[in-house]
Design a protein around this ligand. Sequence first.
Ligand SMILES: C[S@@+](CC[C@H](N)C(=O)[O-])C[C@H]1O[C@@H](n2cnc3c(N)ncnc32)[C@H](O)[C@@H]1O
Length: 272
Amino acid sequence: MILCLSAKVIYTFFFVLINKMLVPDLKKIIQPTWSHKLGYGINQGGWFKVKIASQAVTPEDPKILDKLGIKKGDKVLAIAGYYANWASWLAKNGAKVDYSDISRQMVNYVKKNVKTKFGKYICSNYELIPKKEKEYDWTFTFEACGSTQGLPIAYLRSLLNNKGGILVLYYEKGGHMGGKWRRYPNLVKNLSKIYKIRYTIKELKIKGHKKGKKTSYLLHRVYTIKTNNRAREMAKEDLKSLESNKFSKESIRRLVKLSKSIKREFLKEIKL
Ligand SMILES: C[S@@+](CC[C@H](N)C(=O)[O-])C[C@H]1O[C@@H](n2cnc3c(N)ncnc32)[C@H](O)[C@@H]1O
């Protein structure tokens, strides 16, 4: 007993010594750096007008749910939903989808113009939804930005779901979506290590079309994390800590590790 206790004290001492106590700073993270203007895209050069208002790939694959591991009737929260091509295709194929995006313009556009009707139209930072545990089966995104800002928090939140979280990237030779190709695997692997959950990374062809191009089978990568009761409890505790600024030692230990997926400018130092 004494031996076990002193081992814990020594571990904590070295943990504090080695790791600066940096944890995510929600206040800095939820600044809407990427909120989209309707009809515009953004790249390194800044905002540019888009000719076709759609996501980079519009899926048309009748086997989409199977391919993504979603069951008919599963409740899906689509985050960073953009023009809703993916969210509406999931809904058309039998998932119960709520659409969300941080941009009010985008949410209003989707409400008015996208034929498929969603359960809810949510205007929110993805770092703040879902609010409740087991409200959804899955959190889903196609190519959301923010993989070193708020996306790790959104996918920590996906551990509150019944099943977990799914991220999809379209693969284009030459490194389409640049950093996401490296950062998405880091994000899911880090979460899996911290919360002891299973993850899969699959490469598969999904029928669809790129803006203004013909339909074909396009290579995508699908990242999935699967939650469980223990992970849900830990996630709940850590999200509460981030919101209240009161941290248990266990939460700090996990959040310091999660911070490795997040840029320094979105972290804050705390003391034990
Ligand atoms: C899906 S992403 C990138 C576009 C992607 N290449 C595509 O084709 O789908 C763009 C969307 O994410 C939304 N977004 C960015 N940051 C967000 C955040 N923190 N929370 C919620 N939505 C966000 C933007 O408003 C925009 O509609």
